[in-house]
Design a protein around this ligand. Structure first.
Ligand code: ZN
Ligand code: MN
Length: 142
């Protein structure tokens, strides 16, 4: 079992093999998959897996702070088990989402706090454009 899940077990949460597999899959991919993509990847190994279980498990993991929910996509949330501070670039053509470990936004956050009076918890950047593969295919003459 992934170490991070032991924290949840100690809190008394039920960690079925399916739930463990969902977290494990997310931890071992850089693709920032949607719930549907996670379901499609795990269903062959867990024929009894339902979409509901995938959604419930993702919600639980987000709530417990083990997974980040990314709203880079209008149609579906994407998920990331890397909770370290980083930003994301999304390809407008193929939808690929890539990590960008750029500068921390802490000083900007403090500035925003003093200007708005909010107590702010987090900030991140979403970039949009064309990924390297789509740039290459754009350059090919039709
Ligand atoms: Zn692309
Ligand atoms: Mn990421």
């Amino acid at each position: 079992m992934d170490e991070e899940l032991l924290v949840l077990r100690r809190k008394g949460m039920r960690l079925t093999p399916q739930r463990q597999a969902i977290y494990h899959y997310l931890k071992n991919t850089k693709s920032h998959p949607t719930a549907e993509e996670i379901f499609a990847a795990l269903h062959p190994r867990f024929p009894g897996l339902s979409r509901g279980t995938v959604y419930n498990t993702l919600n639980m993991l987000v709530q417990e702070g083990l997974v980040r929910e990314l709203r880079v996509d209008d149609t579906a949330s994407r998920y990331d088990a890397d909770t370290s501070q980083h930003h994301h670039a999304t390809c407008q053509k193929c939808g690929r989402v890539t990590d960008y470990f750029g500068p921390s936004l802490d000083s900007l956050l403090r500035e925003a706090e003093s200007e708005t009076g909010y107590r702010l918890e987090s900030a991140e950047l979403y970039f949009e454009g064309l990924c390297p593969a789509c740039q290459a295919s754009n350059n090919v003459a039709p």
